[in-house]
Design a protein around this ligand. Structure first.
Ligand SMILES: Nc1ncnc2c1ncn2[C@@H]1O[C@H](COP(=O)(O)OP(=O)(O)OP(=O)(O)O)[C@@H](O)[C@H]1O
Length: 464
């Protein structure tokens, strides 16, 4: 439970609830529930709501509130509160989607019990849903397979938000799978038959992003020799994915805010007001919150985008998934190239566990493809992988093995390991020729021979 909203006029009750909440991030107390309140950019996980404060106290009135709030905060839970004479309304609220209810006068123990049951329900739902797995389309099952808890939490959030129209913000380092998650959300939304349109905002010149997104009229700027339809028009009834959203200019931020507020925009150089119902998914590896605080990204836009953030873990934090990912990527390569390569030579899987994967899944996919293309046998061998992976792993191993040594000695082991592998690769590349190898390494032939002798590297082995 992180962000709690208490809708209640009685300050004493709200204080009592607050005191029972334990570790929460924010608690807000308001005297009535308005659309502005639930759509102001703050996340909401739990709502305590006094049914007396509802303008429409009927079942339909409560159901409408639940629907409105869940539309923007799909995981939200509700606890209805009512004075004893209105207990029927509280029970009715539970039938209309509340998770539990409390009656006045409320005592602390009752709040504890209700909070416990709400928490248990949430866990039960998550587990059941995960086990059922019915939600996921069969062609995505390989993609969503994971043994990592953070990734399971990500998928749980995707599962909850996909069927809604809520804006989603995908956060994570480059190559962690934000683009793929955006597709996963689209494919599991009610718009899956509609278009999925994406724009990598950081990959095209800043000045073009606005016209790519919103289109332009003929003559809007030099070179605009005919009208162009923008991505928002193309994504009608579908989803628009805006990658690297933190790179858009101030002018584009204003236009995007307008779309998020009321779905309207106009083409560059155009006066007509156009409407879009595209669902927006943004992605960034920048710290938008920090940018918003520093003034380089509009705060109001950040709040609108950050309604439902999902943070993807780095590959180095989900290494238990490496075996599955390698199998999956190899199967894709087999389909693409059909070289009947069955797996990795021994030792590579361990090297992959030691490596830090700065480029995440994309780096894994790329180095596997490169090794696959280079390989002529039935297993991918270490020589087909980049030195950074193999040497990096040896250095980590050396560091692990030398935990009880002083730093200077441990460092020397790592340097020796590095020098030996470097030399071996260099001599392999130049077929054992000392002069060319020394030239490439920017050392003299004598220095190279001395290093080879020091590390027991036999240059004749590489002559062919
Ligand atoms: N769960 C997964 N299973 C299999 N492949 C994946 C998975 N997640 C990502 N990939 C693959 O990894 C590569 C990188 O993913 P993607 O392009 O979605 O990352 P990204 O976070 O959007 O990167 P960037 O920030 O650089 O745009 C893609 O080829 C994608 O298909």
């Amino acid at each position: 439970m992180k962000d709690v909203l208490i809708v209640c006029k009685d300050a004493q009750i709200s204080r009592l609830i607050h005191s029972k909440l334990g570790r929460v991030v924010t608690v807000r107390t308001v005297s009535d529930i308005s659309l502005a309140e639930i759509d102001n950019g703050h996340p909401i996980d739990l709502v305590f709501i006094d049914v007396v404060e509802l303008a429409d106290k009927t079942a339909a009135g409560f159901e409408k509130i639940v629907r409105e709030v869940r539309r923007l905060h799909p995981l939200v839970q509700f606890i209805a509160m009512a004075p004893k004479p209105m207990v029927r309304q509280a029970v009715m609220a539970v039938r209309q989607g509340a998770d539990d209810y409390l009656t006045y006068p409320i005592d602390g123990e009752e709040i504890d019990l209700v909070l416990k049951s709400v928490q248990e329900n949430r866990l039960k739902d998550q587990e059941l849903d995960y086990l059922r797995d019915q939600f996921w389309k069969s062609d995505w099952l390989d993609i969503i397979h994971t043994k990592n808890q953070s990734m399971r939490n990500v998928l749980e959030r995707v599962r909850s938000v996909a069927p809604t129209i809520a804006t989603v913000l995908l956060l994570g380092d480059t190559g962690t799978g934000k683009g793929l998650m955006a597709r996963l959300i689209h494919r599991h939304s009610h718009r899956s038959d509609g278009p999925f349109v994406s724009l990598h905002c950081g990959a095209i010149p800043e000045t073009l992003v606005e016209s790519e997104l919103f289109g332009h009229e003929k003559g809007a700027f030099t070179g605009a020799d005919r009208r162009k339809i923008g991505k928002f028009e193309m994504a009608q009834e579908g989803t628009i994915f805006l990658d690297e959203i933190g790179t858009i200019t101030h002018a584009t931020q204003i236009k995007l805010l307008q779309v998020l507020q009321d779905g309207t925009f106009n083409r560059v150089g155009g006066k007509d007001i156009l409407h879009t119902n595209a669902r927006i998914i943004g992605a960034t590896n920048a710290d938008l919150e920090k940018m918003a605080k520093a003034g380089s990204f509009r705060k109001d836009l950040y709040y609108r985008l950050n309604v439902f953030p999902i943070e993807l873990p780095a590959l180095r934090d989900r290494k238990e998934d490496l075996p599955h990912l390698v199998t999956l990527f190899l199967a894709n390569l087999e389909k693409k190239y059909g070289k009947a390569i069955t797996g990795l030579e021994s030792g590579i899987a361990d090297a992959m566990q030691d490596y830090s994967w700065p480029g995440n899944l994309r780096e894994l996919e790329n180095i596997l493809e490169r090794a696959y293309i280079l390989e002529s046998g039935s297993l991918l061998r270490s020589g087909s992988f980049p030195d950074t992976l193999i040497i990096g792993s040896k250095i980590v191993q050396a560091a692990n093995e030398s935990k009880s040594l002083p730093l200077s000695q441990a460092r020397q082991i790592a340097i020796d390991e590095f020098e030996r592998t470097y030399l071996e690769n260099l001599l392999k590349k130049h077929k054992g020729r000392i002069n060319v190898s020394a030239k490439e390494a920017h050392i003299t032939a004598r220095q190279l021979s001395r290093l080879a002798a020091k590390h027991g590297v036999d240059k004749t082995k590489y002559k062919s």
